[in-house]
Design a protein around this ligand. Structure first.
Ligand code: PLP
Length: 399
């Protein structure tokens, strides 16, 4: 058993809001031991008056941090103009958000379908893959997290514990990360798979980058097998990898790409990008959503894309990533994995301990499915000095 340090023990104490929530909400979330009441840039202010450096970024959602003037202005302007209309009517703001998202994405993706969440984006991508191929199986990668709906959770590694439905809606073969022979076999088995779905940088698993070589080979193998390639960039997309999408970072264009989380900087939004071939044959009524592509979400997607371009956030993500790697292998951290600003600090001691000790020092990080990885998903508006705060705190911790 590892000894639990007194500071991390203190940091576990539940706060009042947590006890309140427990009396009225389903008890499904383990809470962090603080209540944020305000956010400003990359800082959170807590109910008890502390300031926390947020390197978790609302689970990769707060792409531009808190209170970003572009987001606030876009939200106010769109809310005053037209608060909501569904897909029953055409909207210039929706068409423009889609056009710009395609221009931001890898070449070869030609159509967008807007939804509300990552799971919903993946669900629709799968539907397209089944329709396009007429096949009934999907291949996913061990360690993957694709969401909580019946189809997305069926593709999520280790979901059996919480899946909850009587059976998955289709067959799924999981293949080990990085190993091509089992992938080739799984794509070909039983008359062929409809798709391979893969997070180019696995998030929940602990920031595991699958790399250009594996993904390029996956592109070749899926094509040869007549299966579609789906990139789930819900967590690693929207500039987090240091390129618009990991697809561009690795130079591999999938048939379908899903994005959510930071897409609208914190306003609920998701999207599926599809190649013309993958989208061929779709007709009116084949897909649908009420809220997806609403004007507020679309205005905010444009604001996020503006900020990324005009504030140089891709270059910033790359340079901050280099700084984390150069300065944060100290104290309990033995190595750093991941891409851009989706990073995993590999820790000698249990990651949970390190996470709580950092929290006691005013730094909020994430954990992951890997018990020895502390996950960083900070806003892209982070600055060098914030990396230095983490490096200094880590250096004070026991190895
Ligand atoms: N895909 C990935 C890679 C994710 O990390 C997540 C959420 O963590 C999802 C899909 C599901 O997204 P959502 O919670 O918006 O449905």
């Amino acid at each position: 058993m590892n000894e639990v340090s007194p500071e991390s023990q203190a940091a576990r104490k539940p706060v009042a809001a947590s006890l309140l929530e427990q009396s009225v909400l389903l008890p499904v979330y383990p809470h962090a031991p603080f209540e944020p009441v305000r956010g400003d840039g990359v800082w959170l202010e807590t109910r008890d008056g502390r300031r926390l450096l947020d390197l978790y970024g609302g689970h990769a959602v707060a792409l531009l941090g808190y209170g970003h003037p572009r987001l606030l202005a876009a939200l106010a302007a769109q809310a005053e103009t037209l608060f909501f209309q569904s897909n029953v009517v055409p909207l210039a703001v929706r068409a423009e958000a889609a056009r710009r998202l395609l221009a931001f994405g890898p070449p070869g993706l030609a159509r967008v379908f807007f939804v509300n969440s990552g799971a919903e984006a993946n669900e629709n991508a799968l539907r397209l893959a089944f329709r396009a191929t007429g096949r009934r199986r999907v291949v996913a990668v061990e360690g993957a997290f694709h969401g909580r709906t019946a189809a997305a959770a069926a593709l999520t590694w280790g979901a059996a514990r919480w899946y909850g439905f009587p059976r998955p809606p289709f067959d799924v073969a999981f293949v080990p990360r990085g190993d091509l022979a089992p992938l080739e076999a799984a794509l070909a088995a039983d008359g062929g798979a409809a798709a391979l779905i893969v997070e180019p940088v696995q998030g929940q698993a602990g920031a595991y980058a699958l790399g250009a070589e594996y993904l390029a080979a996956a592109r070749t193998l899926t094509r040869a097998a007549g299966a579609l390639l789906i990139f789930d960039e819900v967590q690693c997309g929207m500039g987090r990898s240091g390129e618009p999408f990991a697809a561009q970072l690795y130079g591999v264009t999938p048939d379908l790409l899903t994005v959510a989380k930071g897409l609208a900087g914190g306003f609920p939004a998701g999207a599926m990008l599809a190649s013309a071939e993958a989208a061929a044959g779709l007709a009116e009524g084949d897909l649908g959503t009420t809220f997806g592509g609403g004007p507020l979400a679309c205005a905010l997607i444009e604001a996020v894309l503006d900020a990324i371009a005009e504030e140089g956030l891709l270059a910033r993500a790359r340079s901050l990533s280099r700084r984390f790697r150069a300065t944060c292998v100290v104290g309990p951290v033995t190595a750093i994995q991941g891409e851009g600003l989706l990073l995993g600090l590999r820790t000698r001691r249990p990651a949970k301990e390190v996470h709580l000790e950092l929290l006691a020092r005013g730094i909020f990080t994430g954990t992951s499915a890997d018990p020895h990885v502390v996950r960083l998903l900070p806003p892209l508006v982070l600055a060098d000095e914030h990396v230095d705060i983490l490096a200094a705190a880590l250096a004070e911790l026991a190895p």
